[in-house]
Design a protein around this ligand. Structure first.
Ligand SMILES: C[S@@+](CC[C@H](N)C(=O)[O-])C[C@H]1O[C@@H](n2cnc3c(N)ncnc32)[C@H](O)[C@@H]1O
Length: 237
């Protein structure tokens, strides 16, 4: 499956069409839990899910990175991009489409412990990022410095807000340690977080290392989720 173009109007610019969908209701089937019914109703009524399917993106998350790219200018031909927590591959599809690795010499490499189907012109590592040798393997594929290190890594949620916050923070901090080692001067780091109180250490470190640090929540990130992204721009090297 070739990645869809992200140029032009409509979803390629990260916006779902309005009003095209009639709200679908889902009845609770015998044996289906209420939480599954709610999930199904949300999926069926989510314009980003429909648009991702229509454009051949593997996940609705593709629209988050399209919107983040519009804000931050992440992907340019020839850039070297690392995607941490890449499965099922929406972000990598968008990145490869814009970086055009085979024509420009750019690199798009992703890592996830879940298996993924290949994405043309990219390298996928099926590996846990917390494995001791993961940073080294990523560096070998990169073969040099990175322009962007982005992490959408999220462990399975427990439903306990503080636990989920702390677990995602731990991954973001590891991602950041790796980014500090590989980013080129002026590089960009971004990582998914869940709102909570344990961000100070990461925030302070990023403020030292980047010209600009901010929190962003793209439109495609669900409003009822505490998910957001911390972004560092202009790595001081
Ligand atoms: C929200 S999904 C990423 C979606 C992806 N950005 C896309 O566009 O399709 C989060 C991913 O993080 C991965 N993940 C969580 N912990 C990880 C770890 N320690 N190492 C590698 N991947 C991890 C999960 O397996 C999951 O696929």
């Amino acid at each position: 499956m070739s990645p869809p173009s992200s140029s032009g109007t409509g979803p390629g610019k990260g916006k779902p069409p309005r009003g095209l969908q009639k709200k679908k209701r889902v009845r609770t089937a015998r044996g289906r839990k209420n939480s599954s019914t709610r999930w199904l109703a949300r999926q069926l009524n989510d314009p980003y899910v429909a648009e991702a399917k229509r454009h051949g993106y593997r996940s609705r998350a593709a629209f988050k990175i399209i919107q983040l790219d519009e804000m931050l200018g992440l992907f340019k031909p020839g850039r070297r991009i690392v995607d941490l927590g890449a499965a099922p591959g929406g972000w990598m599809q968008v990145a490869a489409d814009k970086v055009k690795p085979s024509a420009t010499g750019g690199v798009v490499v992703g890592i996830d412990y879940l298996e993924m189907d290949d994405i043309p012109e990219t390298t996928i590592l099926c590996k846990d990022f917390t494995d001791e040798d993961a940073p080294e393997v990523l560096k070998q594929v990169l073969g040099g410095q990175a322009d962007v290190v982005m992490s959408d890594m999220a462990p399975p949620t427990t439903g306990h807000r503080q636990t989920d916050h702390l677990r995602i923070m731990a991954l973001a901090e590891m991602a950041y340690e790796f980014a500090r080692e590989v980013l080129a001067p002026d590089g960009i780091f971004l990582a998914k977080l869940l709102q909570g109180g344990a961000q100070k250490t990461l925030l302070d470190a990023m403020k030292r290392d980047f010209k600009k640090v901010r929190h962003v929540k793209p439109d495609a990130s669900r409003k009822d989720s505490s998910e957001m992204y911390i972004v560092g721009e202009g790595f001081r090297g």
